[in-house]
Design a protein around this ligand. Structure first.
Ligand code: HPA
Ligand code: MG
Length: 178
C-alpha cells in the first residue's frame, strides 16, 4: 500500500481507554454476580489478541481464557458474507458467564453467529460481547456490543491486532492509511 500510515488513537490513549472499559466490565459482573464468580473470556483470533491481552490484565474476577477462530473476511478489506468456524473447540460452558472479546464489530455477522452459538449450543448463562472498535456505520445485523472501547467511522483501520492482508497487527496504536 503506497499510502501513509496515520495515527487514529495513540497507544497511551488506547490503553487508558481499555483500562476504563475493564472497570465498566468489572462493575457489571460485580453488580450481577459478585466478584467471586468465574468469567470465561473468549478471544476471537487473530484480531482480538492484543485487546484481549490488555483488557484481561485489569479484570478482577477469577478468569479463564479461551480462544476461537472464525472467518468472514476474504483477503484485503472485503467481507465474504459467510462465516466459517475454523476452531470452535471450547470446554463445557453451560451455566457459565462468558465474555466474547473481538477487535472490531462491523457488519455484525461473525459476532451474531458466535453469540448465538454460545447461547444456544453451549448454553452459557450470561453471554456478553466486548469489542475494541465499534464501526456502527457498517452494521448489517441487529446486534451491538455490550462494551466497546472506541467508535470508528467508515475508515479502514489497522494495528493493535487489526490487519490489512495479515500485516500491521503488531502496531501498538490504531492507525489508518491516507
Ligand atoms: N480493519 C481491519 N479489519 C477489519 C476492519 C478494519 O477497518 N473492519 C472489519 N475488519
Ligand atoms: Mg477480526
Amino acid at each position: 500500500m503506497d499510502k501513509e500510515l496515520k495515527i487514529l488513537v495513540d497507544s497511551e490513549k488506547l490503553i487508558a481507554r481499555i483500562k476504563e472499559l475493564a472497570d465498566e466490565i468489572n462493575g457489571y459482573y460485580e453488580k450481577n454476580y459478585g466478584l467471586n464468580e468465574e468469567l470465561t473470556i473468549v478471544c476471537v483470533l487473530k484480531g482480538a489478541v492484543m485487546f484481549f491481552a490488555e483488557l484481561s490484565k485489569y479484570l478482577n474476577m477469577p478468569t479463564c481464557m479461551e480462544f476461537v477462530s472464525l472467518s468472514s473476511y476474504g483477503a484485503g478489506e472485503k467481507s465474504s458474507g459467510k462465516v466459517s468456524a475454523l476452531n470452535l473447540s471450547l470446554p463445557p460452558l453451560e451455566n457459565k458467564n462468558v465474555l466474547v472479546v473481538e477487535d472490531i464489530m462491523d457488519t455484525g455477522l461473525t459476532l451474531k453467529f458466535l453469540l448465538d452459538f454460545m447461547k444456544t449450543k453451549c448454553k452459557a448463562k450470561d453471554v456478553k460481547l466486548a469489542v475494541m472498535c465499534d464501526k456502527k456505520c457498517a452494521r448489517k445485523y441487529d446486534i451491538s456490543p455490550d462494551f466497546y472501547a472506541i467508535d470508528v467511522d467508515d475508515k479502514f483501520i489497522v494495528g493493535f491486532g487489526l490487519d490489512y492482508n495479515e500485516n500491521y497487527r503488531n502496531i501498538p496504536y490504531i492507525g489508518y492509511f491516507e
